[in-house]
Design a protein around this ligand. Structure first.
Ligand SMILES: C[S@@+](CC[C@H](N)C(=O)[O-])C[C@H]1O[C@@H](n2cnc3c(N)ncnc32)[C@H](O)[C@@H]1O
Length: 308
């Protein structure tokens, strides 16, 4: 994995997490340790638990963060299980949680991982290579209906059914194995009119989300964040596509609501508690200067919420 990954919106992340005061933080998407390094360097009072499901990312981050000694602990696993990992450290509450979603540029640019529709490689896309289900498994074993659902829901591809049908037809003679074969078919049959984004981009995103259960992980992590954060502790989430950003926005809004009674009830009797305060009413976007330096930042949207 190449090591040039620049952390997205670094200043905004540090400010919103309030790391200069020190405390216990979880970086649920450690990656190459870019954000983690900034957090640890911003105060000698910061302790960090870094989680990543990718063994290679953990190896790189371990070297990068070595100088922080026992202020940093790294775990290979899913951020959806962060409560368990925190408990293993003896942490019952934390001051901040960071999720910088998706994959690192190093993972995308490595043809052998199968994340990119631009390079020939195996149809893999597993962030954790110990997981039994790859993109090829999905394409070769799922029903036409399920494939269509994945491409439509996670890729927002209008011609999802047509691609799913062709995928199932083709595997009768030759199982799916290579990225470029699937990319060619997606680009030939997909909706080419949508915003200049090649259909293969959307279909690869869909398969990646399904292979790694990305939305299930995010939902689980958000629920756990509410329990793990101490008073005034914050959760910061950086998303790169609208499905994730929508999930974060709706979750924060629902937790921040003081009442869920039907509007026709004259007096509130729902007993709903406010469990989060929204800190960013609108998503924070990177500056033009950052995007010029770091293309990956272009689609980033950051949202933060605080435990009251
Ligand atoms: C965009 S990168 C993070 C980059 C990091 N913030 C940095 O500055 O170097 C996202 C990382 O999250 C990891 N990841 C994605 N989903 C995960 C999950 N559910 N559990 C743990 N790690 C996950 C990926 O393997 C990847 O290394």
């Amino acid at each position: 994995m190449e090591l040039s990954h620049l952390p997205v919106m670094p200043k905004e992340v540090l400010d919103l997490l309030g790391v200069s005061r020190g405390g216990r933080f979880i970086d649920g998407t450690l990656g190459l340790g870019g954000h983690a390094e900034l957090l640890l360097a911003s105060s000698p009072e910061v302790q960090l638990l870094g989680i990543d499901r990718d063994g290679e990312a953990i190896r790189h981050a371990r070297v990068r963060l070595e100088r922080f000694g026992d202020r940093v602990r790294l775990v290979r696993g899913c951020y959806g299980d962060m409560a368990k990992f925190a408990a293993e450290q003896g942490w019952d509450h934390v001051d901040g949680i960071l999720l910088d979603l998706g994959v690192c540029s190093g993972q995308i640019d490595e043809p052998g991982r199968g994340f990119s529709h631009r390079f020939d490689g195996p149809l893999d896309m597993r962030m954790d290579r110990r997981s039994p289900i790859s993109a090829a498994t999905l394409l070769n074993e799922n029903s036409e209906e399920e494939l269509g659902r994945i491409l439509r829901e996670y890729g927002e591809e209008r011609h999802a059914r047509r691609i799913a049908r062709a995928a199932v037809e083709r595997r009768q003679t030759k199982p799916w194995e290579r990225t470029l074969e699937f990319a060619e078919m997606a680009n030939r049959l997909g909706d080419r009119r949508r915003g200049g984004v090649p259909p293969a981009t959307r279909c690869f995103q869909a398969l990646r989300i399904a292979v790694n259960d990305e939305l299930g992980q995010l939902q689980k992590a958000l629920r756990i964040a509410v329990i793990l954060l101490r008073q005034n502790g914050r959760v910061v989430v950086i998303s790169f596509h609208s499905l994730e950003d929508r999930m974060v926005k709706h979750f924060f809004r629902a937790e921040a609501a003081a009442c869920v009674c039907p509007p026709e009830l004259p007096v509130c009797n729902c007993g709903k508690k406010v469990t989060l305060r929204v800190v960013t009413t609108k998503p924070v976007r990177p500056t033009d200067a950052e995007v010029a330096e770091n293309r990956r930042a272009a689609s980033a949207r950051l949202r933060a919420a605080e435990r009251p």
